[in-house]
Design a protein around this ligand. Structure first.
Ligand code: NAD
Length: 345
C-alpha cells in the first residue's frame, strides 16, 4: 500500500497532504524499519501513532484491551500484512505479553488517561498504569526487548512553581493519583534501563487534542452543547489555563524524539509554547457549532476537580534544541480539534 493510500484510508491527521507525504518520506529516508509494538494503539493518540509508523514503513503490532480504544480507528489497516491487532489486558497480575517477542521498540501508551478517576477510584491508576507498565517492562526483559517509548504527562510536575516548567524541575510532587502513577512508571522505566541495559524515551505531554479524541474538555463541551445548546456548565471558574497541542504535532514529536535523542533515558516535554483558558475553549466550541448567546455557568473554585492543575505550561526548549518545534499554538490546536470532532459523528 502506498503512503498516500494509507493516509487516504486512515483520514489524515495533518491538514496538508503534500506536507504529510514529505514528512513520511523523510521518515522513510532514515531507512530503519522497526518492528514496533504499540500498547494502547487503538486509542486516540495510539491510533494516530500507528498510522504514522505504518506510513513510514514500519511493522506494527497493537496490544489493546479496547476498554476506551476503538477497533474502528484501526480499520484502515486491517488486511495490511505489516499490521496486527492483539486484544489483551496488560494489567493482570503476572501477565507476560508473548507478542513482544522479536520487537525492536515498544511504544507503551496503554493506560487509564483520566486525571479525575483517582479521586473516586484509587485502585485504577495503580493497576492500569503502574501494574500494566511493570508487566510491559517484565515482558520486555523476558523477551530481550531493549527500547521503550512511554507516554507520561505534565501532571508529574504537580503545581510547579516554575512555569513554563522544564524537564529538570523538582521536586516532583504530583497532586493527582494519575500524576503519581505516571511518575511511578517513569521511575520503574529508568530503573529497568539501568538494571537491564534498556533505553527509554519518556514524553511528558501537555493536553493533546485532535480528531478521534474520546475524552477531555473539548469532547465534553461538544457533548454538553449538543444535548443542551443554550447553556454550558463549566467546571471551576473557567480561568484554568493550560497548554494544548494538536495530535499531528504530537505524533511527529514522538517519532522525532525516538530518532534523535541519544541518552539512555531521555525525558522530553511535548507541548506548545503558550496556554489557552477554559472559557476561551467554550467560546471556540460555541462559535464553531454556530451557537449564539450560550449562557456559561461556572461551578466555581479555581480548578475543575480534585487533582486538576489549574495553570500548566511546559518549557519546550529541550526539544527545540534537539531540532523540533510545533506548527500549531494552543489556540490553533484547540480550534482545529473542535472542527475535526464536529465532523466526526
Ligand atoms: P485513550 O484512552 O484514547 O488510549 C488508551 C488506550 O489504552 C485505549 O485504547 C485503551 O483501550 C488502552 N488500554 C487501557 N488500559 C489497558 C490495558 N490494561 N491493557 C491494554 N490496553 C489498555 O487515551 P489517550 O489520550 O490516547 O492516551 C494515550 C496515552 O497518553 C496514555 O498513556 C495517557 O496517559 C497519555 N497522555 C495523554 C494525554 C492527552 O492529552 N490525551 C496527555 C498526557 C498523557
Amino acid at each position: 500500500m502506498t503512503v498516500a493510500a494509507v493516509i487516504n484510508l486512515s483520514g489524515s491527521v495533518f491538514r496538508e497532504k503534500a506536507e504529510t507525504i514529505k514528512y513520511y518520506n523523510r521518515m522513510r529516508g532514515i531507512g530503519m524499519i522497526m518492528k514496533c509494538v504499540v500498547t494502547g494503539g487503538a486509542g486516540f493518540i495510539g491510533s494516530h501513532l500507528v498510522d504514522a509508523l505504518l506510513a513510514a514503513g514500519h511493522e506494527v503490532t497493537v496490544v489493546d484491551n479496547l476498554s476506551s480504544g476503538k477497533r474502528e480507528f484501526l480499520e484502515p489497516h486491517m488486511g495490511d500484512r505489516r499490521f496486527r491487532l492483539v486484544e489483551a489486558d496488560l494489567s493482570g497480575e503476572g501477565y507476560v505479553c508473548a507478542d513482544f517477542k522479536g520487537a525492536d521498540t515498544i511504544f507503551h501508551l496503554a493506560a487509564n488517561p483520566d486525571v479525575r478517576t483517582g479521586a473516586t477510584d484509587t485502585k485504577t491508576p495503580i493497576t492500569q498504569n503502574v501494574m500494566a507498565t511493570y508487566n510491559v517492562l517484565e515482558s520486555m526483559r523476558l523477551h530481550g526487548v531493549s527500547r521503550i517509548a512511554f507516554t507520561s504527562t505534565s501532571t508529574v510536575y504537580g503545581e510547579a512553581l516554575v512555569v513554563p516548567t522544564p524537564e529538570d524541575y523538582g521536586p516532583l510532587l504530583p497532586i493527582s493519583l494519575y500524576g503519581a502513577s505516571k511518575l511511578s512508571c517513569e521511575a520503574l522505566i529508568s530503573s529497568y534501563c539501568h538494571t537491564f541495559g534498556m533505553r527509554a524515551w519518556i514524553y511528558r505531554f501537555a493536553n493533546i487534542v485532535g480528531d478521534r479524541g474520546t475524552h477531555g474538555v473539548i469532547f465534553d463541551f461538544i457533548k454538553k452543547l449538543r444535548a443542551s445548546p443554550k447553556k454550558l456548565t463549566i467546571l471551576g471558574d473557567g480561568r484554568q489555563s493550560k497548554s494544548y497541542l494538536h495530535i499531528s504535532d504530537c505524533v511527529e514529536a514522538m517519532l522525532f524524539v525516538v530518532e534523535n535523542a541519544r541518552e539512555q533515558v531521555n525525558v522530553y516535554n511535548i507541548g506548545s509554547d503558550d496556554r489557552f483558558d477554559v472559557t476561551g475553549i467554550a467560546r471556540v466550541v460555541a462559535e464553531e457549532m454556530g451557537l449564539n448567546g450560550v449562557a456559561f455557568e461556572y461551578t466555581g473554585g479555581d480548578r475543575g476537580w480534585k487533582g486538576d492543575v489549574p495553570f500548566m505550561a511546559l518549557s519546550i526548549e529541550k526539544i527545540r534544541a534537539l531540532g523540533w518545534k510545533p506548527t500549531h499554538d494552543s489556540g490553533a490546536s484547540v480550534r482545529l480539534c473542535v472542527q475535526q470532532l464536529l465532523k466526526e459523528a
